[in-house]
Design a protein around this ligand. Structure first.
Ligand code: OOG
Ligand code: MG
Length: 264
C-alpha cells in the first residue's frame, strides 16, 4: 500500500470523527501491517495538529485483561494525545462524539525523555515527575465500536478526550497494589489494582517507549502518558457523572453534557 492510499485511509478516519458517521474497520478491505497502521495514526494526529492542536503525549490501549476482554483485542497498542482532547472543566461535551465510553487510568507526567529500545519500568519511574488519576474518553470511529488490533492503532486508540486529576503525586507508592475505583453517579461499578495494567502501570509506559523506538521516536520530557484502562469502560451519556478514584492520588470526575441542550 502506498503513501497516497494510507493518507486516504487517514482521511476517512478523520472524516468519520468530524462528521460523527462511523466507518467499517479498515482491515475489512485493506491488508495493513502494524507499521502502516501507525503511519495512518500519525496522519490522523497530523490532521488535528493542522487544525491547531498541540501534541501533549501518549496513551496506551488494551493493556489490561479487562479491556482486552471488553474489546475482543488481546494485544497492547499506543496512541497520541493532543491538546484538543483535554477536558478543561468537569463537563464533557458529548455533542461532537459518536458513542463515547469512559475508563479510569493512571497518568504519568514525565520530566525526562524515554528512548527505547530496552526501557524498563524502573527507567519509567526514574523519568516520572508525577502520576495522577485520569479518565480516558474513547469514541471508536468504527461501526459498533468493533475493530481489530490494527484498526484500533490506525484510529489512534479510539482517542477522544482525557481528564486529569489535579493532585500530582510523585510515584512513591507501590503501583502494583494501588487501588482504583470506577464510580457512576456516586455508585462504585468496578475496581482494579494497578497491576491490572501489564503487571505494573510503568510497564505500560515502557511498552510505548520501546514501540516508538521502531520509528526512531521517543517519549518526550513534559509529556503526559495514560497507562491504559484499568477496568472495562462504561458508556458516557448526558447527565451521567463518572469518577476515577485512585488510592493516594485523589480523584477525577466528569459529567456528560450537550451544547444548547442538543441531544448527543
Ligand atoms: C481502544 C483504546 C484503548 C485503553 O485504555 O485500553 C484504550 C478501545 O478500547 O477502543 O484507550
Ligand atoms: Mg484508555
Amino acid at each position: 500500500m502506498n503513501t497516497v492510499q494510507l493518507n486516504d485511509l487517514a482521511n476517512r478516519l478523520d472524516q468519520a470523527a468530524t462528521s460523527r458517521v462511523t466507518i467499517a474497520p479498515l482491515t475489512k478491505e485493506n491488508d495493513l501491517t502494524e507499521a502502516m497502521a501507525y503511519q495512518i495514526q500519525r496522519e490522523v494526529v497530523e490532521a488535528r495538529i493542522s487544525r491547531g492542536a498541540r501534541l501533549l503525549g501518549g496513551k496506551l490501549g488494551l493493556t489490561s485483561r479487562a479491556k482486552q476482554i471488553a474489546m475482543g483485542v488481546d494485544q497492547p497498542l499506543y496512541g497520541l494525545v493532543t491538546s484538543d482532547m483535554v477536558i478543561e472543566s468537569d463537563e464533557l461535551d458529548l455533542t461532537d462524539l459518536i458513542h463515547p465510553r469512559i475508563e479510569p487510568e493512571i497518568a504519568f507526567v514525565l520530566d525526562k525523555p524515554l528512548e527505547g529500545p530496552g526501557v524498563t519500568p524502573a527507567d519509567v519511574l526514574a523519568a516520572t515527575a508525577y502520576i495522577c488519576p485520569a479518565l480516558d474518553v474513547i469514541d471508536s470511529r468504527f461501526d459498533g465500536f468493533s475493530f481489530t488490533h490494527l484498526d484500533a492503532i490506525a484510529d489512534n486508540a479510539s482517542s477522544a478526550g482525557i481528564a486529569l486529576g489535579v493532585d500530582l503525586v510523585a510515584p512513591a507508592t507501590d503501583l502494583t497494589t494501588i487501588g482504583c475505583l470506577l464510580e457512576v453517579d456516586g455508585v462504585v461499578v468496578d475496581s482494579a489494582a494497578g497491576a491490572a495494567v501489564l503487571g505494573h502501570p510503568a510497564a505500560s509506559v515502557a511498552f510505548m517507549a520501546n514501540a516508538l523506538a521502531e520509528r526512531q521516536e521517543r517519549l518526550e520530557a513534559g509529556w503526559i502518558v495514560l497507562s491504559g484502562g484499568l477496568t472495562a469502560p462504561v458508556p458516557m451519556s448526558p447527565g451521567r457523572t463518572v469518577t476515577a478514584r485512585i488510592a493516594g492520588l485523589g480523584s477525577v470526575t466528569v459529567t456528560g453534557v450537550t451544547r444548547n441542550g442538543k441531544s448527543a
